[in-house]
Design a protein. Structure first.
Ligand code: ADP
Ligand code: MG
Length: 607
């Protein structure tokens, strides 16, 4: 039999390796930025055209490369960062596989200009699909500029696989944010299609956060810090009240590198367990410093996944540190907002000598211990006790009321106690009603949001969602990026009962909706759906049906806020209690609270 095994030529091997390292523009940019940082740059420019399709360029003021290194850096396994296998375990720099530039040069047209400080001339290398086209001395600034043009120009299948510019650009932005957060002492600029998107100077971590996420972000954070043997950590965790429905601003870094780690993320999130509703997520920006020999960063090709030897200990420390940050500060807030601590500004009587103030505190107070959480988040089942002697209905049965119609249905009377007094509506915003166990105050809009949401989710599940023809078809217009997003969401919206047809030129006509709507309500509703989808896109791509339901329900509830007649309130209460989760709005806010007879008595006897 003849021999059949070939050794692949380098160019082919590089293209195959490129699949691992460079799957989209954002991952090439990550490698280029990390190389610039490894080169000791204090200032880095990122220049992108057409979301990376046409150009990705990184210019740094780092150490630069010699003439021969400028050529060698494109070879496979070319790295200045490791010499022996042992080095892998002590590595602190970003890259260590010597694969990135070889991979990028295999699937793009690359122009490198680089000069070291001591060299008079720089070197220019042009390389296309692993072929060196030019190498010559050139005049250039100290440091390195790498321009990557026409990514995947020689692999049309991969080029076609790239997503729309808006999506690729959001991936690039995300990578840029991670790198910029991890290196706040480095200045960065980021231009896209000639527009300056970010201009970041060297700054403190919290100012860098604010520069990336908005100035008001600083007020939403508590500092966190802990110095221990297995791990030193510092950073910021979000205040509970700013927790969001989507895992948005969650950044964890180890030894200056962004990582994803389910266990450690859970450690932080668990510290919020009793402070935020289920399915909402806090922001955090936490830096961990760990002995590099106690972690393995090489388990994933793009190196965002990491294994820790001391994982359990680090988990516990991180969770405790987060609790501490939240606990300390929520206690401070309580003191701040407690009316009895308000300062009395009336003037002191004449001759009065103030005595030194004394502070009393309970050193054992821990807001997290015991059952007296400051913000209990009861589950749906907890509401069964509202109805004392009444058997709460089985959840499965109770969800079945009023499906398919968003106007309140005949209430399912079972959850409501008989002999119920009429509810009243306070400020057209809260519904106050009595139950056997006490007085309940319900936030009308949040209750409606919950009811709409559960009905929309059920409607989605039905094969032929019914839609209500609008009296007047309505045109809605968007900018081109949003109209692309909306087009992508049309199937989800159809399932909810919206009939929307594109008319071209970023205009759509809406002919039916889940419920009768005025023409001026549709445009803002769809804008909100697109905006929320966009902000959730990265994290919740697989849950876009939910994301759409959530924004539609939120919008419908917002527009329906109005004075209700007592019987409408009865309907609403019955509908709410037939929901699966009547206590928390789908956007994670509390819908109601109960004042029990006991609490009422206590309050009245306090005087
Ligand atoms: P790695 O970063 O894993 O070593 P790369 O393919 O990313 O592999 O880079 C190969 C080598 O090229 C690096 O080890 C470094 O010596 C050199 N290099 C790459 N980018 C730069 C840069 N911006 N400045 C200086 N040297 C660089
Ligand atoms: Mg590298």
């Amino acid at each position: 039999m003849t021999d059949i095994i070939n050794i692949l030529p380098d160019s082919v091997a590089n293209q195959i390796a490129a699949g691992e390292v460079v799957d989209r523009p954002a991952s090439a940019i990550k490698e280029l930025l990390e190389n610039a940082l490894d080169a000791g740059a204090t200032s880095i420019q990122l220049i992108v055209k057409d979301a990376g399709r046409t150009l990705m360029q990184v210019v740094d003021n780092g150490c630069g490369m010699s003439e021969s290194d400028a050529r060698r850096c494109f070879e496979r396994h070319a790295t200045s960062k490791i010499h022996r296998a042992d080095d892998l375990f002590a590595i602190r720099t970003m890259g260590f596989r010597g694969e990135a530039l070889a991979s990028i040069a295999a699937v793009a047209q690359v122009e490198l200009k680089t000069r070291t400080t001591d060299a008079e001339w720089g070197t220019r290398v042009v390389i296309e699909g692993s072929d060196v086209k030019e190498q010559a001395p050139c005049s250039c600034a100290t440091g390195t500029s790498i321009a990557v043009k026409n990514l995947f120009y020689n692999i049309p299948a991969r080029r076609n696989f790239l997503k729309r510019d808006s999506i690729e650009l959001s991936h690039i932005e995300e990578i840029f944010k991670r790198v910029a957060l991890a290196n706040c002492q480095t200045a960065f600029t980021f231009h896209h299609n000639g527009r300056l998107l970010y201009d970041l100077r060297a700054d403190s971590f919290v100012r860098r956060i604010a520069a990336l996420f908005g100035l008001n972000f600083k007020e939403r954070l508590y500092p966190i810090e802990e110095q221990t043997e297995p791990v030193r950590l510092k950073g910021y965790v979000g205040k509970a009240e700013y927790a969001k429905r989507a895992r948005g601003e969650q950044y964890l870094f180890v030894n200056g590198r962004y990582i994803r780690h389910l266990g450690l993320s859970a450690a932080i999130e668990r510290a919020y367990a009793e402070l935020i509703p289920d399915h909402t997520y806090p922001a955090y920006f936490v830096m961990l410093e760990v002995d590099p020999s106690r972690i393995d960063v090489n388990i994933h090709p793009t190196k965002t996944e990491v294994r820790f030897i001391d994982e359990q200990v680090i988990f516990a420390i991180l969770r405790a540190a987060t609790k501490k940050a939240l606990g300390q500060f929520s206690l401070a807030n309580e003191l701040e907002f407690n009316p009895s601590t308000e300062i009395d500004f009336s003037p002191a009587p004449q001759g009065y000598t103030p005595s030194a103030p004394q502070v009393h505190y309970n050193p054992h107070y821990n807001p997290f211990s015991g059952s007296h959480s400051s913000r209990p988040s009861p589950s749906a089942n907890d509401y069964r006790h509202f109805f004392d002697n009444t058997e709460a209905t089985d959840e499965k049965d109770s969800t079945g009321t009023g499906i398919g119609n968003l106007l309140p249905d005949e209430p399912d009377p079972s959850p409501m106690p008989s002999g119920q007094a009429s509810p009243i509506c306070y400020l057209n915003r809260y519904i106050v009603t009595t139950l056997k166990s006490g007085i309940v105050v319900i936030d009308q809009q949040r209750a409606e949001e919950r009811i709409f949401y559960e009905r929309l989710m059920q409607r989605r599940a039905s094969a032929h969602p019914d839609a209500q023809q609008l009296l007047f078809p309505t045109n809605c217009s968007f900018n081109s990026a949003d109209s692309e997003m909306l087009t992508e969401l049309l199937p989800e919206l159809r399932q909810l009962g919206f009939v929307i047809e594109p008319l071209g030129h970023n205009t759509f006509v809406v002919t039916a909706a889940p419920t009768e709507m005025k023409d001026n309500e549709l445009q803002p509703l769809l804008e909100q759906v697109v905006a929320e989808y966009k902000s959730n896109m990265m994290q919740r791509f697989n849950e876009r049906d939910k994301s759409v339901c959530l924004s539609v329900a939120g919008q419908m509830a917002a527009r329906s806020g109005k004075a209700l007649k007592p019987e409408e309130m009865q309907h609403l209460i019955a509908d709410l209690f037939s929901c699966q989760a009547p206590d928390i709005s789908p956007s994670g806010k509390r819908i109601m609270f109960l004042l029990s007879e006991q609490e009422l008595k206590e309050k009245l006897n306090k005087s």
